[in-house]
Design a protein around this ligand. Structure first.
Ligand code: NZQ
Ligand code: ZN
Length: 386
């Protein structure tokens, strides 16, 4: 196992009616900016609950944060924070609103061009406003991690940053908030969480027995509850609670500690969102099967472990078992209504030069746990995803 340090300071407040607990979580004298996305937070009544819980605190609101939040929109929130001297942020939404809030928190006191926050992958961040979140979409894990993804609309650049200063102070996780999600967003959440675990698990063995069993437990839980959440018309609290907690645990640092990490599927997939607007999770469902197939030699030991322990595949030769595990994964995504080929989105081979160029432009030329996913390999992955 690799050496590691681990600290996750985010307080999780989990359960029904937990939005009301904001009153105890947000400092009484805070000047709060509530950030949200399009119409869902208002329509579902969550904003009303938030306003009631915040009571008499000074409060401003900033709506309109898009899925795949843009730098341009977020900079308007930064201006509002500065102009109104707001000192506490509250994100109400999914990964996009939470990521956007992390950027606003880091940019509010940033000296110089805030795009530097993304250019330095967060290294340039020296301070951040405190913030909390009310999660409405289990998927990204953003509610309990220090990562954020921001898109510069003007250049179609999807960039990420990470810094310990942007861990949320707290996150309110009420599984009943997922009841209003359409099935395509629930499916996105299952796939995103699944691939987060895979990025931290399906690399090469380092005798991280705890991490491996935790990861396999999360994958098996997602395989169990995902179809129930997405496909069954009856809403079941415990199914939603398990989905929500799985998605949080999938990317809060626990399973990453002491093991190699990949993330090539995410970064190769990001360009599909940046250039073609495909939902984040859907890009992962397209890229992952191709990525695993092409990198099977470097990942052989873990792929065989994944086949045996996650999909119960124990018969046949090594490559046969690996093929079956990748096929089961693809079928799992497809069973949730998430397509797994570029052609499903009318994207053909002519798109690949542009996608590879975008990776190169961002310096993303040595990806993966062994930095061996070069632009040449990325090109082959895109080709295999057609
Ligand atoms: O905008 P509104 O009207 O609020 O609607 C949203 C949005 O259209 C809707 N929604 C959210 N909660 C709802 C709801 N609709 C009904 N009922 C509810 N309770 O869902 C739509 C999608 O929301 P979004 O926040 O964009 O989805 P998600 O949580 O999947 O976040 C995706 C973003 O997170 C980034 C992605 O790149 C993408 O930008 N990621 C962030 C990560 C992180 N911070 O660690 C890791 C991930 O890998 C990912 O890259
Ligand atoms: Zn993701």
């Amino acid at each position: 196992m690799f050496d590691f340090e681990f600290q996750n300071p985010t307080r999780i407040v989990f359960g029904k009616n937990s939005v009301a607990k904001l009153d105890a979580l947000v400092p009484a004298d805070a000047r709060v900016l509530v950030l949200f996305g399009g119409s869902s937070a208002e329509r579902t009544g969550t904003l009303a609950e938030v306003r009631a819980a915040l009571g008499k605190r000074e409060r401003r609101e900033f709506g309109g944060i898009e899925p795949n939040p843009t730098y341009e929109t977020l900079m308007r929130a930064v201006e509002l924070v500065r102009a109104e001297k707001l000192n506490f942020l509250l994100a109400v939404g999914g990964g996009s609103v939470i990521d956007g809030t992390k950027f606003v928190a880091a940019a509010a006191g940033f000296e110089g061009d805030p795009w530097r926050i993304l250019e330095t992958f967060g290294g340039a961040v020296t301070s951040a406003l405190p913030f909390g979140t009310v999660l409405t979409l289990p998927a990204t894990g953003s509610e309990m991690n220090h990562n954020a993804v921001v898109t510069r609309a003007s250049t179609h650049t999807k960039a990420f940053f990470a810094n310990p200063l942007v861990f949320p102070k707290f996150s309110v996780l009420d599984p009943t908030k997922t009841y209003t999600l359409p099935s395509n967003q629930l499916a996105n959440g299952v796939v995103d969480a699944f691939v987060h675990v895979v990025e931290q698990y399906l690399t090469y063995p380092v005798e991280g027995l705890v991490q491996d069993r935790f990861a396999e437990g999360l994958l098996r839980t997602l395989i169990e509850v995902g179809p129930k959440a997405v496909l069954e018309p009856r809403v079941d609290y415990d199914t939603r609670a398990n989905l929500m907690w799985s998605a949080t645990m999938a990317l809060n640092g626990v399973i990453a500690a002491g093991v190699p990490q990949d993330w090539a599927t995410h970064l190769v997939g990001h360009e599909l969102t940046a250039l073609y607007g495909i939902d984040h999770a859907r890009t992962l469902a397209i890229i992952l099967p191709a990525m695993l197939g092409l990198r099977r030699d470097a990942k052989r030991a873990k792929l065989l472990q994944f086949a045996a322990r996650v999909w119960d595949i124990t018969d046949g030769g090594e490559d046969e078992r690996i093929d079956q595990a990748i096929e089961k994964t693809r079928t799992f995504f497809e069973s949730l209504g998430v397509k797994t080929h570029l052609s499903d989105y009318n994207i053909g081979a002519d798109a690949i030069d542009g996608l590879v160029a975008k990776l190169e432009e961002q310096g993303l030329t040595k990806l993966g746990e062994r930095q061996d996913v070069t632009p040449t390999i990325a090109r082959r992955v895109y080709e295999a995803s057609l």
